[in-house]
Design a protein around this ligand. Structure first.
Ligand code: 5AD
Length: 348
Protein backbone atom coordinates (compact mmCIF):
# COMPACT_ATOMS: atom_id res chain seq x y z
CA UNK A 1 0.00 0.00 0.00
CA UNK A 2 2.75 2.45 0.97
CA UNK A 3 4.55 2.03 -2.34
CA UNK A 4 1.42 2.64 -4.36
CA UNK A 5 0.33 5.69 -2.35
CA UNK A 6 3.82 7.20 -2.43
CA UNK A 7 4.00 6.68 -6.17
CA UNK A 8 0.62 8.35 -6.56
CA UNK A 9 1.83 11.35 -4.55
CA UNK A 10 5.00 11.63 -6.65
CA UNK A 11 3.56 11.05 -10.11
CA UNK A 12 -0.19 11.81 -9.85
CA UNK A 13 -0.82 8.60 -11.75
CA UNK A 14 -2.28 5.19 -11.00
CA UNK A 15 -3.21 2.26 -13.19
CA UNK A 16 -6.44 0.32 -12.89
CA UNK A 17 -4.98 -2.53 -10.83
CA UNK A 18 -3.45 -0.09 -8.36
CA UNK A 19 -6.72 1.79 -7.87
CA UNK A 20 -8.60 -1.47 -7.33
CA UNK A 21 -5.89 -2.60 -4.88
CA UNK A 22 -6.27 0.60 -2.85
CA UNK A 23 -10.09 0.46 -2.78
CA UNK A 24 -10.11 -3.25 -1.90
CA UNK A 25 -7.53 -3.07 0.86
CA UNK A 26 -7.34 0.36 2.45
CA UNK A 27 -7.88 0.42 6.23
CA UNK A 28 -8.14 3.29 8.74
CA UNK A 29 -4.39 3.65 9.14
CA UNK A 30 -3.69 3.86 5.41
CA UNK A 31 -6.69 6.13 4.95
CA UNK A 32 -5.05 8.66 7.25
CA UNK A 33 -1.82 8.32 5.32
CA UNK A 34 -3.73 8.91 2.04
CA UNK A 35 -5.63 11.92 3.44
CA UNK A 36 -2.35 13.54 4.50
CA UNK A 37 -0.85 13.12 1.05
CA UNK A 38 -4.00 14.63 -0.47
CA UNK A 39 -3.92 17.57 1.94
CA UNK A 40 -0.24 18.22 1.15
CA UNK A 41 -1.06 18.20 -2.56
CA UNK A 42 -3.91 20.65 -2.01
CA UNK A 43 -1.58 22.95 -0.05
CA UNK A 44 0.79 22.93 -3.02
CA UNK A 45 -1.95 23.98 -5.46
CA UNK A 46 -4.67 26.12 -3.83
CA UNK A 47 -3.20 26.42 -0.34
CA UNK A 48 -5.62 26.43 2.58
CA UNK A 49 -8.40 28.37 0.83
CA UNK A 50 -11.93 27.02 0.63
CA UNK A 51 -13.93 28.65 -2.17
CA UNK A 52 -17.62 29.46 -1.83
CA UNK A 53 -20.16 29.15 -4.65
CA UNK A 54 -23.76 30.38 -4.70
CA UNK A 55 -26.11 27.70 -6.07
CA UNK A 56 -29.36 28.87 -7.65
CA UNK A 57 -31.76 26.05 -8.57
CA UNK A 58 -33.91 27.87 -11.09
CA UNK A 59 -36.15 25.08 -12.42
CA UNK A 60 -36.97 21.54 -11.30
CA UNK A 61 -38.64 20.55 -14.56
CA UNK A 62 -36.71 17.78 -16.30
CA UNK A 63 -37.15 15.86 -19.54
CA UNK A 64 -35.03 12.95 -18.28
CA UNK A 65 -35.84 9.95 -16.15
CA UNK A 66 -32.60 9.15 -14.30
CA UNK A 67 -33.68 6.34 -12.00
CA UNK A 68 -32.03 7.80 -8.90
CA UNK A 69 -33.19 11.38 -9.18
CA UNK A 70 -36.17 12.92 -7.38
CA UNK A 71 -36.84 15.50 -10.10
CA UNK A 72 -37.06 12.84 -12.83
CA UNK A 73 -39.82 13.41 -15.38
CA UNK A 74 -42.02 10.54 -14.20
CA UNK A 75 -42.13 11.64 -10.58
CA UNK A 76 -45.58 13.17 -10.24
CA UNK A 77 -45.26 13.57 -6.48
CA UNK A 78 -43.42 16.85 -6.79
CA UNK A 79 -44.29 20.52 -7.09
CA UNK A 80 -42.67 21.81 -10.27
CA UNK A 81 -41.47 25.41 -10.50
CA UNK A 82 -39.63 27.71 -12.85
CA UNK A 83 -38.04 30.99 -11.89
CA UNK A 84 -38.24 33.80 -14.42
CA UNK A 85 -35.50 36.26 -15.29
CA UNK A 86 -36.66 38.77 -12.76
CA UNK A 87 -36.65 36.26 -9.92
CA UNK A 88 -33.27 34.90 -10.94
CA UNK A 89 -31.73 38.37 -11.13
CA UNK A 90 -33.24 39.32 -7.77
CA UNK A 91 -31.63 36.28 -6.12
CA UNK A 92 -28.30 37.10 -7.71
CA UNK A 93 -28.53 40.71 -6.60
CA UNK A 94 -28.97 39.61 -3.02
CA UNK A 95 -26.13 37.11 -3.32
CA UNK A 96 -23.87 39.67 -4.88
CA UNK A 97 -24.43 41.94 -1.90
CA UNK A 98 -23.58 39.07 0.42
CA UNK A 99 -20.23 38.76 -1.34
CA UNK A 100 -20.59 35.70 -3.57
CA UNK A 101 -18.32 35.74 -6.64
CA UNK A 102 -19.58 32.61 -8.39
CA UNK A 103 -23.18 32.03 -9.38
CA UNK A 104 -24.06 28.44 -10.24
CA UNK A 105 -27.29 28.28 -12.26
CA UNK A 106 -28.66 24.76 -11.98
CA UNK A 107 -31.85 23.14 -13.27
CA UNK A 108 -33.31 19.94 -14.59
CA UNK A 109 -33.04 19.56 -18.37
CA UNK A 110 -35.77 22.09 -19.07
CA UNK A 111 -36.10 23.19 -22.68
CA UNK A 112 -38.46 25.99 -21.66
CA UNK A 113 -35.19 27.88 -21.26
CA UNK A 114 -34.14 28.21 -24.89
CA UNK A 115 -30.67 29.24 -26.01
CA UNK A 116 -32.00 32.75 -26.64
CA UNK A 117 -33.52 32.96 -23.16
CA UNK A 118 -30.33 31.80 -21.48
CA UNK A 119 -28.02 33.91 -23.68
CA UNK A 120 -30.03 36.95 -22.77
CA UNK A 121 -29.95 36.09 -19.09
CA UNK A 122 -26.21 35.38 -19.07
CA UNK A 123 -25.44 38.63 -20.93
CA UNK A 124 -27.46 40.58 -18.43
CA UNK A 125 -25.74 38.90 -15.49
CA UNK A 126 -22.29 39.53 -16.98
CA UNK A 127 -23.21 43.14 -17.76
CA UNK A 128 -24.29 43.73 -14.18
CA UNK A 129 -21.51 41.71 -12.56
CA UNK A 130 -18.56 41.62 -14.98
CA UNK A 131 -16.21 40.30 -12.32
CA UNK A 132 -18.31 37.38 -11.19
CA UNK A 133 -18.13 33.87 -12.58
CA UNK A 134 -21.21 32.21 -14.08
CA UNK A 135 -21.40 28.43 -13.89
CA UNK A 136 -24.13 26.52 -15.72
CA UNK A 137 -25.44 23.14 -14.61
CA UNK A 138 -28.30 22.47 -17.02
CA UNK A 139 -27.48 19.12 -18.56
CA UNK A 140 -26.91 17.94 -22.11
CA UNK A 141 -27.29 20.34 -25.02
CA UNK A 142 -25.88 20.54 -28.54
CA UNK A 143 -22.36 21.80 -29.31
CA UNK A 144 -23.92 24.91 -30.88
CA UNK A 145 -25.96 25.60 -27.79
CA UNK A 146 -22.96 25.22 -25.46
CA UNK A 147 -21.02 27.51 -27.79
CA UNK A 148 -23.69 30.22 -27.76
CA UNK A 149 -23.93 30.19 -23.98
CA UNK A 150 -20.15 30.43 -23.72
CA UNK A 151 -20.12 33.36 -26.16
CA UNK A 152 -22.78 35.01 -24.02
CA UNK A 153 -20.32 34.91 -21.12
CA UNK A 154 -20.77 31.67 -19.15
CA UNK A 155 -17.43 30.69 -17.62
CA UNK A 156 -17.93 27.19 -16.28
CA UNK A 157 -20.19 24.19 -16.76
CA UNK A 158 -20.98 21.30 -14.43
CA UNK A 159 -22.04 18.03 -16.02
CA UNK A 160 -21.35 14.98 -13.92
CA UNK A 161 -20.53 11.88 -15.93
CA UNK A 162 -22.44 9.95 -13.19
CA UNK A 163 -20.65 6.64 -13.94
CA UNK A 164 -18.01 5.74 -16.51
CA UNK A 165 -19.34 2.21 -16.98
CA UNK A 166 -21.29 2.36 -20.28
CA UNK A 167 -23.62 -0.51 -19.32
CA UNK A 168 -24.50 0.95 -15.92
CA UNK A 169 -24.74 4.44 -17.43
CA UNK A 170 -27.23 3.40 -20.10
CA UNK A 171 -29.28 1.31 -17.68
CA UNK A 172 -29.82 4.03 -15.04
CA UNK A 173 -30.44 6.80 -17.58
CA UNK A 174 -33.37 5.74 -19.82
CA UNK A 175 -32.94 7.04 -23.37
CA UNK A 176 -29.57 8.54 -22.55
CA UNK A 177 -26.22 7.23 -23.75
CA UNK A 178 -22.73 7.15 -22.29
CA UNK A 179 -21.17 8.16 -25.61
CA UNK A 180 -23.32 11.27 -25.75
CA UNK A 181 -22.45 12.17 -22.19
CA UNK A 182 -18.77 11.83 -22.97
CA UNK A 183 -19.18 13.91 -26.13
CA UNK A 184 -20.88 16.68 -24.21
CA UNK A 185 -18.03 16.80 -21.71
CA UNK A 186 -15.37 16.98 -24.42
CA UNK A 187 -17.42 19.61 -26.29
CA UNK A 188 -17.61 21.76 -23.17
CA UNK A 189 -13.86 21.47 -22.65
CA UNK A 190 -13.05 22.23 -26.26
CA UNK A 191 -15.28 25.29 -26.29
CA UNK A 192 -13.28 26.65 -23.36
CA UNK A 193 -15.50 26.19 -20.32
CA UNK A 194 -13.96 25.28 -16.99
CA UNK A 195 -15.71 21.95 -17.05
CA UNK A 196 -16.84 19.86 -14.11
CA UNK A 197 -17.44 16.11 -14.14
CA UNK A 198 -18.01 13.61 -11.36
CA UNK A 199 -19.97 10.58 -10.27
CA UNK A 200 -22.33 9.08 -7.69
CA UNK A 201 -20.86 6.70 -5.10
CA UNK A 202 -22.99 3.66 -4.31
CA UNK A 203 -24.88 3.07 -7.56
CA UNK A 204 -26.20 -0.47 -8.11
CA UNK A 205 -23.54 -2.83 -9.54
CA UNK A 206 -20.80 -0.29 -8.88
CA UNK A 207 -17.79 -2.45 -7.98
CA UNK A 208 -14.33 -1.12 -7.17
CA UNK A 209 -13.42 -1.93 -10.76
CA UNK A 210 -16.16 0.46 -11.92
CA UNK A 211 -14.91 3.14 -9.52
CA UNK A 212 -11.40 2.64 -10.93
CA UNK A 213 -12.87 3.33 -14.39
CA UNK A 214 -14.45 6.51 -13.03
CA UNK A 215 -11.10 7.73 -11.74
CA UNK A 216 -9.30 6.82 -14.97
CA UNK A 217 -11.98 8.59 -17.01
CA UNK A 218 -11.45 11.72 -14.89
CA UNK A 219 -7.68 11.46 -15.35
CA UNK A 220 -8.15 11.27 -19.11
CA UNK A 221 -10.71 14.11 -19.31
CA UNK A 222 -8.78 16.33 -16.89
CA UNK A 223 -11.76 18.43 -15.84
CA UNK A 224 -11.29 21.72 -13.99
CA UNK A 225 -13.77 20.60 -11.32
CA UNK A 226 -14.87 17.24 -9.93
CA UNK A 227 -17.98 16.72 -7.80
CA UNK A 228 -18.76 13.35 -6.26
CA UNK A 229 -21.30 12.35 -3.63
CA UNK A 230 -22.98 9.30 -2.12
CA UNK A 231 -26.25 7.98 -3.51
CA UNK A 232 -29.18 9.01 -1.33
CA UNK A 233 -32.14 6.85 -2.42
CA UNK A 234 -35.24 8.95 -3.07
CA UNK A 235 -38.55 7.28 -2.09
CA UNK A 236 -40.32 8.34 -5.29
CA UNK A 237 -37.75 6.79 -7.62
CA UNK A 238 -37.00 3.25 -8.84
CA UNK A 239 -33.89 3.23 -6.61
CA UNK A 240 -35.91 3.77 -3.43
CA UNK A 241 -34.84 0.43 -1.96
CA UNK A 242 -31.15 0.89 -2.70
CA UNK A 243 -28.62 1.29 0.12
CA UNK A 244 -27.28 4.74 0.88
CA UNK A 245 -23.78 5.33 -0.58
CA UNK A 246 -20.80 5.18 1.78
CA UNK A 247 -19.54 8.50 3.17
CA UNK A 248 -16.20 6.91 4.08
CA UNK A 249 -15.67 5.62 0.56
CA UNK A 250 -16.66 9.01 -0.88
CA UNK A 251 -13.96 10.64 1.23
CA UNK A 252 -11.32 8.12 0.13
CA UNK A 253 -12.32 8.80 -3.49
CA UNK A 254 -12.05 12.58 -2.95
CA UNK A 255 -8.47 12.05 -1.73
CA UNK A 256 -7.60 9.88 -4.74
CA UNK A 257 -9.06 12.48 -7.10
CA UNK A 258 -7.03 15.26 -5.44
CA UNK A 259 -3.86 13.19 -5.97
CA UNK A 260 -4.71 12.23 -9.56
CA UNK A 261 -5.76 15.79 -10.49
CA UNK A 262 -3.86 18.19 -8.19
CA UNK A 263 -5.36 21.29 -9.88
CA UNK A 264 -9.01 20.24 -9.71
CA UNK A 265 -11.55 22.22 -7.72
CA UNK A 266 -13.39 19.65 -5.62
CA UNK A 267 -16.52 20.49 -3.64
CA UNK A 268 -17.67 18.87 -0.46
CA UNK A 269 -21.03 18.09 -2.01
CA UNK A 270 -24.43 18.62 -0.45
CA UNK A 271 -25.06 14.87 -0.56
CA UNK A 272 -22.01 14.15 1.59
CA UNK A 273 -23.01 16.90 4.03
CA UNK A 274 -26.53 15.52 4.19
CA UNK A 275 -25.60 12.01 5.26
CA UNK A 276 -22.57 12.79 7.40
CA UNK A 277 -22.30 15.35 10.18
CA UNK A 278 -18.58 15.83 9.74
CA UNK A 279 -18.77 15.76 5.95
CA UNK A 280 -17.37 19.27 5.65
CA UNK A 281 -14.28 18.75 7.81
CA UNK A 282 -13.56 15.23 6.58
CA UNK A 283 -14.01 16.24 2.94
CA UNK A 284 -11.69 19.24 3.24
CA UNK A 285 -9.06 17.25 5.13
CA UNK A 286 -9.13 14.70 2.30
CA UNK A 287 -8.42 17.33 -0.36
CA UNK A 288 -11.73 19.03 -1.21
CA UNK A 289 -11.64 22.83 -1.41
CA UNK A 290 -15.05 24.14 -2.50
CA UNK A 291 -18.42 24.47 -0.81
CA UNK A 292 -21.67 25.36 -2.55
CA UNK A 293 -24.22 27.33 -0.56
CA UNK A 294 -27.85 27.58 -1.61
CA UNK A 295 -29.02 30.96 -2.92
CA UNK A 296 -32.42 29.85 -4.27
CA UNK A 297 -35.44 31.85 -3.04
CA UNK A 298 -36.74 30.19 0.13
CA UNK A 299 -40.16 29.36 -1.33
CA UNK A 300 -38.69 26.97 -3.90
CA UNK A 301 -35.82 25.53 -1.90
CA UNK A 302 -37.64 22.46 -0.58
CA UNK A 303 -38.92 21.68 -4.05
CA UNK A 304 -35.54 21.01 -5.63
CA UNK A 305 -35.50 17.60 -4.09
CA UNK A 306 -33.09 15.39 -6.02
CA UNK A 307 -32.95 13.34 -2.82
CA UNK A 308 -34.87 13.50 0.49
CA UNK A 309 -33.85 15.77 3.36
CA UNK A 310 -31.43 17.61 1.14
CA UNK A 311 -29.29 19.75 3.38
CA UNK A 312 -29.66 23.34 2.17
CA UNK A 313 -26.78 25.26 3.65
CA UNK A 314 -26.97 28.95 2.89
CA UNK A 315 -25.26 32.17 3.90
CA UNK A 316 -26.50 31.71 7.50
CA UNK A 317 -24.00 28.89 7.64
CA UNK A 318 -21.09 31.05 6.63
CA UNK A 319 -19.99 32.00 10.12
CA UNK A 320 -20.24 28.40 11.25
CA UNK A 321 -18.22 27.30 8.23
CA UNK A 322 -15.61 29.95 8.92
CA UNK A 323 -15.13 28.56 12.42
CA UNK A 324 -15.14 24.96 11.25
CA UNK A 325 -12.54 25.85 8.58
CA UNK A 326 -10.33 27.67 11.08
CA UNK A 327 -10.42 24.71 13.46
CA UNK A 328 -8.83 22.53 10.79
CA UNK A 329 -6.35 25.14 9.51
CA UNK A 330 -8.32 26.46 6.52
CA UNK A 331 -9.85 29.81 5.55
CA UNK A 332 -13.06 30.58 3.69
CA UNK A 333 -12.47 32.63 0.54
CA UNK A 334 -15.23 34.54 -1.29
CA UNK A 335 -13.24 35.28 -4.48
CA UNK A 336 -13.96 33.66 -7.86
CA UNK A 337 -11.66 30.74 -7.23
CA UNK A 338 -10.96 29.87 -10.86
CA UNK A 339 -9.11 26.70 -11.75
CA UNK A 340 -5.35 27.36 -11.74
CA UNK A 341 -5.11 26.68 -15.46
CA UNK A 342 -7.76 29.26 -16.36
CA UNK A 343 -6.82 32.80 -15.68
CA UNK A 344 -9.58 35.31 -16.21
CA UNK A 345 -9.85 36.80 -19.71
CA UNK A 346 -7.37 34.27 -21.00
CA UNK A 347 -10.20 32.11 -22.30
CA UNK A 348 -12.14 34.86 -24.09
N1 5AD B 1 -28.47 10.82 -4.61
C1 5AD B 1 -27.26 11.37 -4.79
N2 5AD B 1 -26.96 12.20 -5.81
C2 5AD B 1 -27.94 12.48 -6.68
N3 5AD B 1 -27.96 13.26 -7.78
C3 5AD B 1 -29.19 13.22 -8.32
N4 5AD B 1 -29.99 12.42 -7.59
C4 5AD B 1 -29.23 11.93 -6.56
C5 5AD B 1 -29.48 11.07 -5.47
N5 5AD B 1 -30.69 10.51 -5.28
C6 5AD B 1 -26.78 13.97 -8.27
C7 5AD B 1 -26.43 13.65 -9.71
C8 5AD B 1 -26.55 14.99 -10.40
C9 5AD B 1 -26.33 15.97 -9.28
C10 5AD B 1 -26.85 17.35 -9.51
O1 5AD B 1 -27.00 15.36 -8.21
O2 5AD B 1 -25.09 13.19 -9.77
O3 5AD B 1 -25.61 15.18 -11.45
Amino acid sequence: MKNILDKLYRTNCLNKEEIIFILDNIDKEWENYLFNLAKNTLFETYGNKIFIRGLLEFSNYCRNNCIYCGIRKDNSNIDRYRLDKKEILASLEESSELGYSTFVLQSGEDLYYTDEYLEDLIREIKFKYPDKAVTLSIGERSFESYEKLFEAGADRFLLRHETADPIIYNSIHPKMYWNERKNCLYNLKNIGYQTGAGFIVGLPNQTNKVLAEDLLFLKELEPAMVGIGPLIPHPDTPLKKEKIGSAEKTIVLIALIRLLLPDALIPVTTALNTIYEYGFERGILAGANVIMLNISPSHVRKKYEIYKNKETKDIQELNILKKKAKNIGFVINMERGDNLNFRRNENV
